[in-house]
Structure formats: C-alpha cells, structure tokens
Write a protein that binds this ligand. Structure first.
Ligand SMILES: [Zn+2]
Length: 457
C-alpha cells in the first residue's frame, strides 16, 4: 500500500533544480519515499493519507553535510584546548580520544546526528578514523547509531597509520597497520555499502590527513576505492602548519603532494582547502575535485579563510559545506555553517560577491554533487527522494525580514527547522525531534563525556 503525503499551500518551494526555480504557493506530493509531483498549488485534488498545510512556510531540499566527526560531540569545549591551534588541539585531544569505545561511538552518533537534524540536515557524511587498540565494532556502532536516527548516511572508513615514532601526530594506541586498515575497509564496504538509487548508506574511504597516514596507504586506499567505485576523502590544506609539515616531510605543498599520490581526481573531496594558491585552485578545477568548506571550525581554530569565492568561479570545482567535528565547532548546527559561510567570505572578498542563495545551494545540491548522489537528492524534483525541510517564517527571528523570505533563512537568526522529512518519514515536527529516546541518550552521552574527559585531564 503506497503512502501519500501532500504538502500544500507552501509559501515558497526552493527547488534547487537546474534553473534554481522558486515556486510561490506550491505543493509537493510524496509517495512513500519519493517525490511524485511538484507544482503551483491551484487547488488540484489528491487522494492522500496525510495533508500538511504549509502556509507561511518555506520548503527546501534537506541539507547535506559533507564533513564531520560525530564522536567529537563528547569532546566539546574542553578547557585546555579552548584556545589552541590545530596541531596543539589534536595532540591534546588524541590522549582523550584513545579511550573511546563502541558504546561511546554509538551514543555520540545519535546525539550528534540529532543535533544536525534539528538544523535541517537530512544526509550526512562522517569521517571516523579512531580505532583504538583493543576495541571492537567501532565502525559498526556508528552505523547502528545512524540507523537509529533515520538519517541518510555517508560514512567514511577513516584511518591513521603513522604514529609519533614514525613521524606522524597521533599516539601509538590509535593507529592501525596498513593491512588492518585495508582489510577492515573491505569488510565494511561488503557489509554496508549500498550503491542503489535512494540508498540510505554509502561508504567512502578516508585516510585522515597527510600527517597521519603514509604515502603508501593513500595510494592503496585510492586503489581499493576504485575496485568498488567509491569516493575518497581527506583533510587538506587546513592550516599553515600543515603546509610547513608537508614541505618538511615530503618537500611538497599539500596539493602538490596529493597530485603526486594521484589524489587529484573526480572521485575525491577535500575538507577545508584553506591554504591554496592560484595554481592549486586551477588543479582542483582541471581535475574536478569536491570541497567541504567548514567555516566555523576554521574560525574556532583560527586556521584561516578558505578561498571559496575564487573556487566558485571555476566550474570544475564542486563546493559543499561541513560542520566538521564538534570538538572544533562546539555545535553541529548546519544553519550556523550556512550563515558563517556567507559572512566569512564577505570578510575576505567584500559583500557583493556571494549571496544567501549561493550558500543555500552549497548546503543542498552542492553537497549532493560532492557526494555524487545528485541523481536522487539535493533538489525538490519529481523522482527524487523525499528529503524535505520546512521553515516557519512566523517567528520572532524573521520579523521584519520577510520582503525576501528565502534570503531571510540565511541573513536572519534562523534557529531551527520546523519540519523535516527524510526518505518519506517525518523526523522533526513543530520544531521538535520526534525521537522519544533522545533525552535518555543525551544523559548517557554526558556521563560518557565526563568519564572520557575528567579521567584523562
Ligand atoms: Zn575534520
């Protein structure tokens, strides 16, 4: 039996289709998990199971977050590194992270994803690179946590193979051998990767960064990804220190190092990409790489401002947004990321080069293009998955800003989504997450967080 849901009387539908059409007074008909019809509401009658009146509401495709470390919600606002730069921040936190286990991963995944859902995220990626010696089921716990929430999930099997004794940054307890990494990567691909249309889970492979894995592992990871037609992901050019590290260790800048390893290619996306020169951007353009821009994390760690506006001018570069881990953001709020993208780019380039609609595109279709799921997500069109979010414009924070309600979503203090549907299922209603088990998980989360932080400070 097909379940039909009609969203009617929508003030504006921001479709993010090829023409970026915005439909005033529109309707959307959803059948099971798929958008069946989109149009102008002319009183057409439908035989439906559920009708949702969307007066004064703006509808967008659900947001797609392309970079995160879900477990880091356990390590927010840790006093000794509240004011630290990336390498000091990492060196301190590795000592806390090395005591993580599968229960901590499961609970933090639920909490971190729920927070994102409240801000309109319907698809998220995650890079999980922490597999402390003696622990089991880490990756599987994350998948179980994500499945509990109902998010469309794009987890990356992350990795770290270079410990301090071998020129890397992480301690020995959290690195794995290359054989362990590649064997487990293949296991999770076989167990979880679903390449079908409307897939709720696709795997990518993600060596953590140039300073935590070997050259050999980068090359072998890309090869394994090719075998299964997967995407690959890593952190790149996040800080000036990373550039100095690469120059010192391999005699190349981060982008030139990626070029040498064969990592400048169409199935790659890089998180951050802050420290780039004109030649780097041209290389990204020529090779069609994807970018996950994480402005809040970049500001929090004082890493720098990514040259997003310069990259926007290159049609070969696909741009998306990421909240990054909560230990370097302290929230998982996608609305904040969208607004910060606009504001921070204006600091670098001026106010007249990037618009609210540009950044909403990065957060929707931009993300779908980076994760290569644009054939079924990222826009509101017939045949796409029913990943839809609604914002109620009758709120204090939008008062006086409604001469352009779509831009108000970015320019004003947008606090949370009013309704979210993921794959045809309503997850947020009247501004509240419907998962009744969430308070218990928040409680568990805080107990685990206290144990991991206070026992190790
Ligand atoms: Zn990151």
């Amino acid at each position: 039996m097909v379940k039909k849901t009609l969203f009617k009387n929508v003030d504006t539908i921001v479709t993010m289709n090829l023409n970026r059409d915005e439909i005033k007074n529109g309707y959307v008909l959803v059948e099971d998990n798929v958008i069946k019809e989109v149009g102008k509401d002319g009183g057409k009658q439908f035989d439906t199971d559920l009708v949702i009146d969307c007066k004064d509401k703006i509808m967008l495709p659900g947001f797609i977050n392309t970079h995160h470390h879900l477990y880091q919600s356990l390590f927010r606002n840790v006093p000794p590194v509240q004011n630290a730069k990336l390498f000091d921040w990492l060196t301190h936190l590795y000592e806390l992270w090395k005591n993580i286990d599968s229960e901590a991963i499961y609970v933090s995944s639920i909490v971190a994803i729920s927070e994102m859902m409240a801000s309109g995220v319907t698809t998220t990626s995650d890079m999980l690179y922490l597999y402390p010696k003696g622990t089991k089921g880490i990756f599987d716990a994350e998948v179980a946590g994500a499945r509990h929430t109902g998010i469309r999930f794009f987890p990356c099997r992350g990795s770290m193979s270079l410990d301090r004794d071998n020129g890397g940054l992480p301690p020995r307890k959290v690195v794995q051998t290359e054989e362990e990494i590649l064997t487990d990567s293949e296991r999770v691909i076989k167990q979880y990767h679903d390449s079908s249309k409307y897939s709720m889970l696709r795997i990518a492979l993600a060596p953590c960064s140039p300073f935590s894995v070997s050259e050999d592992l980068m090359i072998k990871t890309a090869k394994l990804a090719d075998k299964y037609n997967l995407l690959i992901h890593t952190h790149l050019a996040e800080t000036k220190d990373e550039e100095l590290y690469c120059l010192d260790k391999v005699g190349l800048t981060p982008v030139k190092y990626m070029e040498k390893l064969g990592w400048l290619r169409n199935n790659v996306w890089f998180a951050h990409a802050v420290w780039l020169n004109t030649e780097d951007i041209e290389k990204f353009d020529k090779n069609g790489v994807g970018i996950s821009h994480c402005p809040t994390s970049n500001m929090r760690l004082g890493s720098g401002i990514a040259p997003i506006v310069d990259m926007m001018e290159k049609s070969g570069i696909r741009i998306s947004l990421g909240v990054d881990g909560s230990a370097s953001n302290d929230t998982g709020n996608m609305l904040e990321e969208i607004r910060n993208t606009l504001l921070l780019q204006r600091v670098k380039y001026g106010a007249d080069v990037i618009t609210p609609r540009d950044v909403l595109y990065f957060a929707t279709m931009g993300g779908a293009r980076v994760l290569k799921i644009g054939d079924y997500t990222g826009s509101i069109e017939e045949g796409k998955a029913a990943d839809l979010i609604l914002f109620d414009m009758n709120k204090l924070e939008f008062a006086g800003g409604l001469s352009d309600p779509v831009a108000a979503l970015v320019m004003c203090d947008n606090k949370k989504v009013d309704l979210s549907m993921i794959n045809g299922k309503i997850i947020v209603e009247d501004g509240e997450l419907l998962d009744s088990s969430l308070p218990a998980f928040i409680n568990m989360h805080n107990r685990i967080s206290t144990r991991l932080i206070t026992n190790n400070m």
